[in-house]
Ligand binder design. Structure first.
Ligand code: MRU
Length: 372
């Protein structure tokens, strides 16, 4: 059975509490937006696509008025379509305050609101009809995300292999968790690893433990083991040595936000991996759905970087590691400058050099707009 971060059926949402992994597999009920906000802020669910999905699906639970939806202040208006739009906008705006760096939830919120505005222009639209179409729109995101990830996996694997001798197998180094647990399934960077494995071309994946919260050591390691993918866990500080001694053919990471010039925010430690990869001549890839690309943000310097609790560094699973009173700086993300992304940015539409991204995405968006 595949590990799943998100379990949804109309009126009911459950998330796997990732703070407890790998020791305990516990699903928590998310009856609405307030609970989703807390799950996102506390990192019970994490990873840019999964954050967007849980945010939107928690709103769907409220809209469906399922048995688990909270009573009281968060009840969606039943009679008035314009009031329903205002309700959705208010709930999305609140969700967006949970974590600042990943852009996917903001992108899905924009898309949902644009969808609602189009529906409101349909003659005779009722609140009931609008609510049903919002639910269908949100519910469609789960399968869309899985499909996007499979396409990223195929493009990325193809690109890595086409630069290698026929039949060669590869060792990939990855950071953080970008797999099933960070998405609706399959994963982005880890989707590329899965695609290489499925083609029989993956020798091994090295996953960094990813301090301070150990998404690599706890989550990626658990996923890879669960799926029988040959994997080795390394300390974050072992990446340079791994590139020197273990024959790494590519570094593949995810993204929380890709700016218009290709600068990429991802889990803290990504930037230093890119520097080390360049020194060793190892291609560095960012795997990101187009929903992680933010053409309104010109460059990495404009991306808000979340700073998290000092406790994430001073403690591990509740046990104090660092002395009381030590000063702490704990940014959750860093920005990799586009010139270090030497392999390319892998999206569902193909692999682009950072400098091509803006044009490629604008063209695709125009095409999609024309098809609607
Ligand atoms: O703080 P997190 O665990 O939410 O950070 C996650 C990452 O940085 C991931 O690499 C990124 O969100 C991409 S997940 C497909």
């Amino acid at each position: 059975m595949a590990l799943e971060a998100i379990r949804y059926r109309r009126g009911s949402l459950q998330i796997l509490n990732q703070l407890l992994l790998p020791a305990e597999l516990r699903y928590e009920s998310v009856p609405g937006v307030e609970r989703a906000w807390r799950a996102i802020a506390d990192m019970e669910v994490r990873g840019a696509p999964a954050i967007a999905l849980v945010g939107c699906l928690s709103l769907a639970v409220e809209l469906a008025g399922g048995s688990e939806a909270p009573a009281g202040g968060s009840e969606a208006p039943a009679e008035d379509a314009a009031a329903l739009e205002a309700f959705v906008e208010r709930r999305l705006r609140y969700l967006l305050t949970a974590r600042p760096t990943a852009v996917n939830l903001a992108r899905e919120a924009q898309r949902l609101l644009a969808f609602i505005r189009r529906r409101l222009q349909t003659p005779g639209v009722t609140a009931q009809g609008l609510r049903e179409s919002i639910l269908e729109h949100i519910e469609g995101l789960l399968e869309q995300d899985r499909e996007v990830n499979r396409r990223i996996g195929g493009h990325g694997a193809g690109h890595i292999l086409c630069h290698l001798p026929e039949g060669a197998s590869v060792t990939i180094l990855t950071h953080c968790n970008t797999g099933t647990l960070a998405t609706a399934g399959y994963g982005t960077a880890l989707g590329i690893v899965r695609a290489l494995h499925a083609r029989g071309r993956l020798r091994r994946v090295l996953c960094t433990e990813t301090r301070p919260c150990n998404q690599g050591g706890r989550l990626t390691a658990a996923e890879l083991l669960h799926d029988g993918v040959p994997a080795t866990l390394i300390a974050d500080g072992a990446a340079a040595a791994a590139m020197r001694h273990r024959g790494v053919q590519a570094v593949v990471v995810g993204a929380d936000r890709v700016a218009a010039n290709g600068d990429t925010a991802n889990k803290i430690g990504t930037y230093q991996l890119a520097v080390v990869a360049q020194y060793h001549g190892v291609p560095f890839y960012v795997a990101a759905p187009s929903s992680s690309c933010d053409l309104e943000t010109a460059s990495g310097g404009d991306i808000p970087i979340e700073e998290r609790s000092r406790r994430e560094l001073t403690h591990l699973q509740g046990v104090r590691l660092a002395p009381e009173g030590i000063d702490v700086w704990n940014p959750a993300f860093d920005v990799t400058p586009h010139e270090l992304i030497t392999g390319g940015i892998v999206t569902e539409w193909g692999v682009f050099a950072p400098g091509e991204l803006r044009r490629a995405l604008a063209e695709r968006a125009a095409l999609a707009g024309g098809q609607q």
